[in-house]
Design a protein around this ligand. Structure first.
Ligand code: DSN
Length: 390
């Protein structure tokens, strides 16, 4: 049969059901989230914000956007007098860029006066949009990178302070894509205060953990918090920016008209659905996600695999496959042949390249949604060990 989009979607549905998905940033959404995404809200243009749109016919759309914002405040237990929410960013990357647009100077500035973003180096566990030179965040602004301690493979807050004092960044980003340990937001706040920088927390990976109290909440410390909604929150691909009330205007202007046009209202509705769902049995789910990740790392360690920072506090961890002579690319390919999907990943102080790094990243959000518990993890760790040892 000739391929068309409909049958390709069907094939992808079958693939997703057949494989074991260990990609730390993916998950399975509910039928209700899918229904909202596929709803007629996709037909509507709504440039602007509730009550201040540039198109007619937005009475119901305004209610959808306002409700979504209320649900975000409720899920993260935020005081509406202190926190402002923007649910329009198309995804995590534009959300982060909008924050920089709002608070970090850019454009033709005298040498040495360019806006500086201090973020974790991509190779150490940061994200492209935390100032990496191939991303707009590193082209329009200057990145001041920080990493992890070579011995502990964890953040060394004294070192972060030293770099911050020397470089005086305008904004510090706390939040990572391949760092498995708890983040001390209080220490980041103290560092930001010492150098007069804004503190932005990118909690995309750990939003589900924060919502349920499994990870320290950044809201007592950050000026701005960004998150995607499709990882541990189990929602559609999208993002939310939370900021202190006094910064609301700058954030809203940066998102629209600064960076984006009309919001994707079907997506915003689906985010609302996922936030509502997260208030229900989420705590049990997230606790199991973290339990599974910790248990998984221990099972692999028992079988001789080196885990970066020797374990995890969250939903993910990195395996140094190169320590046993297998590059991350080959490890990923071997596992995929056996129906286990991971992503190859740089490890701290990697001597190899991003296209064939020294490790793989393993995450448990998706398999926990499918009902995996410790007994299933023992079998899975044994299978991975056998495949990679060959
Ligand atoms: N690229 C995502 C991840 O896999 O962690 C983060 O945006």
């Amino acid at each position: 049969m000739k391929n068309n989009i409909k049958n390709l979607i069907k094939k992808e549905e079958v693939r997703q059901k057949k494989v074991i998905n260990l990609i730390a940033s993916e998950n399975f959404v509910s039928k209700n989230v899918l229904n909202a995404l596929g709803s007629v809200l996709t037909n509507k243009y709504a440039e602007g914000y509730p009550g201040k749109r540039y198109y007619g016919g937005n009475k119901i759309i305004d209610q959808v956007e306002n409700l979504c914002k209320e649900l975000a405040l409720k899920l993260f237990k935020l005081d509406p007098d202190k926190w402002h929410i923007n649910v329009q960013p198309y995804s995590g990357s534009p959300a982060n860029i909008a924050v920089y647009l709002a608070f970090v100077p850019f454009g033709c500035l005298p040498a040495g006066r360019q806006g500086k973003i201090m973020g974790m180096d991509l190779a150490m566990g940061g994200h492209l949009t935390h100032g990496h030179k191939v991303s707009a965040s590193g082209k329009f602004w200057h990145q001041v990178p920080y990493g992890v301690n070579k011995k502990t493979e964890q953040i060394d807050y004294k070192e972060v302070l030293k770099i911050a004092k020397k470089e005086k960044p305008h904004l510090i980003v706390a939040g990572f894509t391949a760092y498995s340990r708890k983040i001390d937001f209080k220490k980041f706040r103290e560092i930001a205060d010492k150098v007069g920088a804004y503190l932005m927390v990118d909690m995309a990976h750990i939003a589900g953990l924060v919502a349920t109290g499994v990870h320290l909440s950044p809201f007592s410390y950050a000026d701005v918090v960004t998150t995607t909604t499709h990882k541990t929150l189990r929602g559609p691909r999208g993002a939310i920016i939370f900021c202190k009330k006094e910064l609301a205007q700058q954030i809203d202007k940066a998102v629209f008209p600064g960076l984006q046009g009309g919001p994707h209202m079907n997506n915003i509705a689906a985010i609302g659905v996922c936030l509502e769902e997260a208030m229900k049995p989420e705590k049990k789910y997230i606790k199991q996600v973290v339990k599974n990740a910790k248990f998984f790392a221990e099972e692999l360690k028992k079988r001789g695999w080196k885990i970066i920072s020797n374990g995890t506090d969250t939903h993910l961890f990195l395996v140094d496959t190169w320590a046993r002579g297998i590059g991350g690319k080959e490890a990923g390919e071997r596992l995929e042949k056996a129906g286990i999907i991971v992503n190859k990943n740089m490890i701290p102080f990697d001597t190899r390249t991003p296209s064939d790094p020294s490790g793989i990243r393993i995450g448990t959000p998706a398999i926990t949604t499918q009902g995996f518990k410790e007994k299933d993890i023992i079998k899975l760790a044994g299978k991975i060990d056998k495949i990679l040892k060959k």
